[in-house]
Unconditional design. Structure first.
Lengths: 425, 437
């Protein structure tokens, strides 16, 4: 077990975080969504307490236990007043170590997730991200989803959840952290008291295969009725977090779409008013993630806006960034880092994400120096190695029969345009 | 600069100052991290607008990031980002506020920029047209293409007939299109004056240096005559109002609004406790009944509008496929009747109280959270010290208080209901209805 402590006694509060480095990307492809289902089921009955008993007990402590699955890990989080900490850890210990696996609750949870899939479709931004993950990563583990799909929820059951629990909830994988009104000695004693009985074994998490790189300018139109606006995501696989190429790409991407005055925001929003937001970032995780950019113009301006950003993208990749942009991006990234660690909760969150991604614990300490060491040549080399403007996945949530003719007449050399119904996945 | 009042803020102290030109300053030194939050709250929001130019407070907020007599377009953002900070703004019904988060070494920069745009903003046609497009796109994003945004807008539109809470803060699309540059200039001259603003500073910066800088930079900005908000009393609602819309959803979505008291009213914390008991956590009555036991809803939530004048107690429910608004309404009515008939248990009130206090402390952790709470309470209730009375108010609430407040709130004739029904575009829906091919 790895223990993290961020001590601060200003407020009588403690943030509790437990993490395991096995998330949705670690799910079997035929049971996409299993991690989310299994971890949620832990809280639906444990140590002889029903779901209602557990809910009432957590609520009485001042907050609900948040169980959060992402692609790289699963987290159990709660904030409580200091005098409720012991009781809270007792409950979390029951949930993690003594689940009752109630069958009726498992069946109910299947229906609940099915409903969440329906509700997710009401949010065009979420829809775009879901389809983008599938088209960009394909069969790679990062192509999995958190909730699963209408097809895989039917496969969720207690046996699958028990197998997940047996595999994942192990002391060798656990990262246990407290932030706030506690000290290290207390934290270590509490970890032993409440989590010492967790089975041994487990490890640092899966090793991801390389991300496949597809060729061409491929467009997926996620067809939804009555859209007045298009949610557009575009990108391609980039460098792995923590590598020298990642830092170089992070600086270059900051100049492209990482701030309010970066190229994308300046050209798309400030000069033309095409979109409320315009941004780009390089994903951080245990495996190699992607460079992803995002705008959401009106239906009428979509083709023009897309042409603009693809031209900007090609110009950025082929000509690189300027000296002035380099210096500005380095200055912004290094100076703004203080805000990611300004509270004990922030510092715990960073330490937890580093631990679960297999990143060195001193990443934060060295971040500023590594960013400041990036040269213009580093950015050019990294962009040449990872980015090819003619090979982009593009996902657009829109009303397809209105947008498709405009895209086809836009003069953009798409290699493929596929239309999929918004409720097909 | 005179001290108006001071109040302990946990282990810290908040002091309230006022300049001769009327500018108010709330200062709290918080040395927890080498950063600070600098916020400027103007007592103007969409409540101060008129039909025809709705949305001007929000559009103007966008324009405030543009250019001044001494800073070129985009330079304000650029200078703050170069310092490693971030800046943004928000507009709601009662206020507009601008926030900067910066490293402690950049105090001078924040004071210079904020004082400059309070007095020396310049507006050109090009910037207004560009921001108009941006705001229209923001409206499409938040309202036209967002079913939840549409329902929220329709709820207030139907619930309020006379009061400006009738229109959305982002404004009607037709008004956004028609606002002129002269409207914007008049708006700036009318409302962006020191005597209509409160500067809130929280963080690891020295108090005397901060006050000296503020006095030097803002002291010469003249006060203006700010018109008192029009006193518009919403006529008492005498019957339930209801509207239904067809949307691309898998199942019905529902919004209810009960006319509710303003922030600062004695019933407000009692109703927050009531709302926690009904909707606040996984063991809350409505969540338990509608999401867990009956499985009629995917999600339920509720909250009181934190407004200066009477607003709405808003309830939101998303039905599960195969269930509908009528059956959810029947359950809501049953549960709401329960709280009218009998007070909640002492245990329920205690759980709600603990949840509310924990949330309050969490929100107050970062300097920006402290500054936002101080600014919001000061501008909305008229006194930042209301923030410090809330904890005691929660602690004082009894089951009988909750019961009595519920009876004043949950008046059937004063509720408004908005429903979004499936428009038939959903594939799974068609398959279940046997309409394939």
């Amino acid at each position: 077990m790895k223990i993290l402590v961020e001590e601060n006694h200003d407020l009588p509060l403690v943030r509790v975080q437990l993490g395991f480095p096995s998330g949705a990307a670690d799910d079997p492809s035929e049971i996409d969504g299993l991690c989310n289902f299994s971890s949620e089921l832990l809280g639906r009955g444990a140590a002889g307490r029903s779901r209602a008993d557990l809910d009432r007990a957590f609520d009485a402590l001042g907050g609900s236990l948040d169980i959060i699955t992402d692609l790289d890990g699963v987290y159990f989080e709660l904030t409580v007043l200091r005098d409720k900490l012991d009781a809270a850890l007792g409950l979390i210990s029951d949930v993690l170590l003594r689940p009752d696996w109630p069958v009726l609750e498992a069946e109910k949870l299947v229906r609940e997730i099915d409903g969440q899939l329906d509700e997710m479709r009401d949010d065009d931004g979420q829809l775009a991200r879901r389809f983008f993950g599938r088209t960009l990563y394909g069969e790679h583990p990062y192509g999995r989803t958190i909730l699963g799909s209408k097809q895989t929820v039917a496969k969720f059951d207690v046996a699958a959840a028990k197998a997940w629990h047996e595999r994942v909830v192990r002391t060798g994988s656990l990262v246990f952290g407290l932030a706030g009104d506690v000290n290290r000695a207390e934290t270590e004693a509490l970890a032993q008291k409440y989590l010492g009985a967790m089975p041994a074994g487990g490890g640092p998490g899966i090793v991801y295969p390389p991300t496949a790189r597809r060729q061409g300018l491929r467009v997926t139109l996620v067809d939804k009725p009555e859209r007045t606006q298009s949610q557009i995501l575009w990108g391609q696989p980039a460098a792995k977090w923590g590598t020298p190429e990642f830092f170089a790409l992070q600086v270059a991407t900051c100049a492209y779409g990482g701030t309010f005055t970066a190229r994308l925001m300046n050209e798309v929003r400030s000069k033309r008013g095409f979109s409320y937001g315009a941004s780009a970032r390089v994903g951080q995780g245990r495996g190699t993630k992607a460079l992803v950019a995002h705008i959401f113009p009106s239906l009428e301006q979509t083709a023009e806006a897309l042409k603009l950003v693809l031209d900007l993208h090609a110009d950025w990749v082929t000509r690189g960034i300027t000296d002035e942009e380099l210096n500005f991006a380095k200055q912004y990234l290094s100076r703004s880092f203080a805000f990611t660690i300004s509270t004990p909760e922030d510092r715990l969150e960073l330490a937890m994400s580093l631990a679960l991604a297999g990143m060195p614990a001193d990443h934060g300490d060295k971040f500023t120096a590594r960013i400041n060491a990036v040269t213009l040549e580093d950015t050019r080399r990294a962009m040449a190695a990872y980015l090819t403007p003619g090979d982009l996945e593009i996902v657009i949530v829109c009303t397809a029969d209105e947008l498709q003719p405009k895209l086809e007449a836009s003069g953009i050399a798409f290699s493929a345009i596929e239309v999929v119904p918004y409720d097909s996945y | 600069m005179k001290v108006v009042s001071e109040h302990p803020f946990g282990t810290l102290v908040t002091r309230h100052y006022q300049l001769e030109n009327g500018l108010q300053v709330l200062f709290t030194r918080d040395p927890a991290a080498p950063v600070f939050a600098y916020q400027t709250w103007f007592a103007v929001g969409s409540r101060h607008e008129k039909e025809g130019t709705t949305g001007i407070a929000h559009l103007f907020e966008h324009l405030m990031f543009n250019q001044t007599e001494t800073h070129a377009p985009g330079e304000l953002d650029r200078l703050i980002e170069a310092a490693g900070g971030d800046t943004n703004a928000a507009t709601w019904v009662d206020w507009t506020y601008y926030r900067d988060n910066l490293p402690s070494s950049e105090l001078q920069l924040a004071v210079d920029l904020e004082a400059d745009r309070m007095a020396h903003l310049t507006l050109g046609e090009k910037q207004v047209e560009s921001e108009r497009e941006v705001v229209m796109n923001e409206r499409r994003f938040r309202v036209e293409d967002d079913v939840d945004g549409t329902l929220n807008e329709e709820l207030y539109k139907l619930a309020f007939e006379k009061h400006p809470y009738h229109w959305p803060t982002i404004g009607w699309m037709r008004d956004i299109k028609n606002i002129t540059i002269e409207d914007c200039r008049n708006f700036y001259r009318t409302y962006y004056s020191p005597n209509n603003a409160t500067v809130v500073v929280v963080g690891d910066v020295d108090e005397k240096s901060t006050l000296d800088l503020i006095a030097a930079k803002y002291g010469a900005i003249p006060a203006q005559k700010v018109p008192a908000p029009r006193s518009i009393i919403e006529p008492a609602q005498e019957a339930e109002r209801r509207a239904v819309f067809a949307k691309p959803v898998a199942a019905d979505k529902l919004r209810l609004g009960y006319k509710s008291p303003p922030m600062g009213h004695a019933d407000y914390p009692r109703l927050e406790v009531l709302s926690e008991i009904l909707f606040g956590g996984n063991s809350a009555r409505m969540h338990r009944r509608l999401v867990v036991d009956d499985e009629r809803c995917v999600s339920v939530s509720a909250g009181l509008a934190p407004f200066r004048e009477p607003g709405l107690y808003e309830i939101a429910c998303s039905c599960k496929r195969g269930h509908n608004a009528a059956e959810v309404l029947a359950v809501l009515d049953e549960e709401l009747t329960r709280v009218l008939v009998a007070p909640p248990t002492a245990e329920e009130v205690e759980i709600a109280r603990t949840r509310l206090l924990t949330r309050l402390y969490r929100e107050l952790r970062p300097p920006g959270g402290k500054a936002e709470a101080l600014g919001h309470y000061h501008v909305t209730t008229g006194d930042y010290r209301y923030l410090f009375a809330i904890g005691d108010a929660y602690r004082a609430v009894t089951p009988a208080d909750v019961h009595a407040a519920a009876q004043r709130l949950l008046v059937a004739a004063q509720r408004t209901i908005i429903i979004a029904e499936p428009d038939g575009s959903d594939v799974d829906d068609a398959e279940e209805g046997g309409e394939e091919e």
